[in-house]
Ligand binder design. Structure first.
Ligand code: BES
Ligand code: MN
Ligand code: MN
Length: 462
């Protein structure tokens, strides 16, 4: 292991330079005008896996963006780790709010990252974190220190709902056969408070459209006599939460897992500073479901949020118009035992039921994913615990996250394997936001920790 760690130290600068090159390719999966760049990024990943020493490196075509696969089988009797990550990124919008261009990475020091952080779209989510696995793998191969078989599956559609990954897994069960899926695409509590993510929320995402008159109308000639779809939609959305911030959709909470008092107590003992949280966001007060703490609201409780809303005239100046349509995108984060299709169905029914007769309503299902919780009493988890304890010098805290990686539930269903979520980002790294960044400390800590994971996992699995 010392050889591996020395190799990492000696190659630190090159590792960083390569990551910066990776970050310069704008792999925005949501926007078709970036399709060629997304493919270039897949080629970059494939090439770096080949250089690192992987075998059978493939760019697997799908009906959407390609999946990069690679492997290194060292010993039939050793356990197999499947590393999953994504090379696609969120759109950089709103671009004006970036202090430096999103695809021209620069390094800046911040309060949270006194050693410097890499500012670029995808630096933390997930190029920087996926690349840690490639570099740790390179160091293990170079020193003949692989203790486990390794397979890589790095996809290009995570940020748009992993549409084609499910089919790929179904069709390649044997190729993807493994003992554990290892993912770095989540956060730790702080750089001096290591943690392991033990849960992810699911997601049900819909678009709702409210239509009034068959065309935009003069708001003076018709205003007051014809339903305004924006007024109606706003009212409908406002009614989706009650005065206690409970979601009003009939049956929404029916299947929600009831977390025990003990578990809730343990959850709230995790270090969390509400003042720092509010300061960081420039808010005077938090707001959420009555009866739950901020940590609970963002992990064990489901939510409903509008992600975007539009209609009518939004250009310069004023235009007097009574619009024909109003639209909103709504996401619901789900917790264990809720099912995304079922929630979409009951939401649709409810939303249609609260619409007045003066408008028509259409609800479109965009995408969904199921929640996941990972056990902590397995060799898979214990190896991560031990690895983080070794490199941070502190035992990591198990913590459920509010984010979603829908493919985790699918891995369990299709491949029959559990996932370990060993991420190294910080919640304050601004993923999906302008000025996304990833700490150099975090990047290197990840690379240093991963080989220990492989070592301890092989030992614990014996
Ligand atoms: N890496 C994130 C998920 C995440 C972030 C989990 C931080 C835990 C902590 C992932 O790339 C992501 O953004 N997922 C989407 C869902 C997807 C279907 C678009 C999300 O959570 O919104
Ligand atoms: Mn991600
Ligand atoms: Mn993301």
């Amino acid at each position: 292991m010392q050889n591996v760690q020395n190799y990492i130290k000696e190659n630190k600068q090159r590792y960083l330079d390569e990551l910066l090159e990776f970050l310069r390719i704008p792999s925005v999966s949501a926007d078709p005008s970036f399709t060629a760049d997304v493919r270039k990024t897949a080629e970059f990943v494939a090439h770096s896996l080949t250089k690192a020493g992987a075998d059978n490196v493939e760019i697997c075509e799908t009906a959407g963006h390609p999946i990069v696969y690679a492997e290194k089988m060292v010993n039939e009797s050793a356990p197999t780790i499947l590393v999953y990550g994504h090379y696609d990124v969120q759109p950089p919008d709103p671009i004006d709010l970036w202090e430096s261009p999103p695809f021209e990475p620069i390094i800046k020091k911040t309060d949270k990252h006194p050693d410097g952080a890499i500012y670029a779209r995808g630096s933390c989510d997930d190029k920087g974190q996926a690349y840690m696995h490639v570099k740790a793998f390179e160091a293990m191969v170079a020193n003949d220190a692989l203790t486990c078989n390794v397979k890589f599956m790095i996809e290009g559609e995570e940020e748009v709902g992993s549409k084609h990954l499910g089919i790929f897994c179904e069709e390649n069960k044997e190729k993807l056969a493994c003992d554990v899926v290892l993912i770095s695409d989540t956060s730790i509590i702080a750089n001096d408070v290591p943690s392991i993510t033990t849960g992810l929320r699911g997601l049900a995402y819909v678009e709702v459209e409210v239509t009034g008159p068959n065309r935009d109308l003069h708001s003076g000639v018709y205003g007051g006599a014809v339903a305004n779809p924006i007024n109606i939609l706003s009212k409908m959305i406002a009614s989706l939460h009650d005065e206690n911030n409970h979601i009003t959709v009939d049956g929404f909470y029916d299947d929600v897992e009831v977390v025990s008092k003990e578990e809730r107590k343990a959850m709230n003992e995790a270090p969390f500073d509400i003042h720092e949280y509010k300061d960081n966001l420039d808010i005077f007060q938090v707001r959420g479901e009555k009866g739950y703490t901020t940590l609970e609201r963002t992990s064990i409780r489901p939510t409903l949020d509008v992600n975007g809303i539009w209609g009518g005239y939004i250009g310069e100046g004023a235009k007097t118009v009574l619009p024909s349509k109003a639209t909103a995108k709504i996401s619901m984060r789900l917790v264990p035992n809720q099912n995304s299709d079922q929630i979409t169905e009951i939401f649709t029914k409810y939303f249609e039921s609260i619409a007045p007769n003066s408008v028509k309503v259409k609800v479109t299902n965009m995408h969904g994913g199921e929640p996941a919780v990972t056990p902590t009493d397995t060799p898979e988890y214990k190896a991560a615990h031990k690895a983080l304890e070794t490199t941070f010098g502190k035992a990591p805290i198990p913590q459920r996250s509010g984010g979603s990686i829908p493919i985790v539930a699918l891995f369990e269903k299709v491949l029959g394997v559990k996932t370990v979520l060993m991420g190294f980002g910080l919640d304050s790294d601004a993923i999906h936001s302008p000025n996304e960044h990833y700490g150099l400390f975090n990047f290197y800590k990840g690379i240093e920790t991963i080989p220990y994971y492989h070592q301890y996992y092989a030992e614990l699995k014996k």
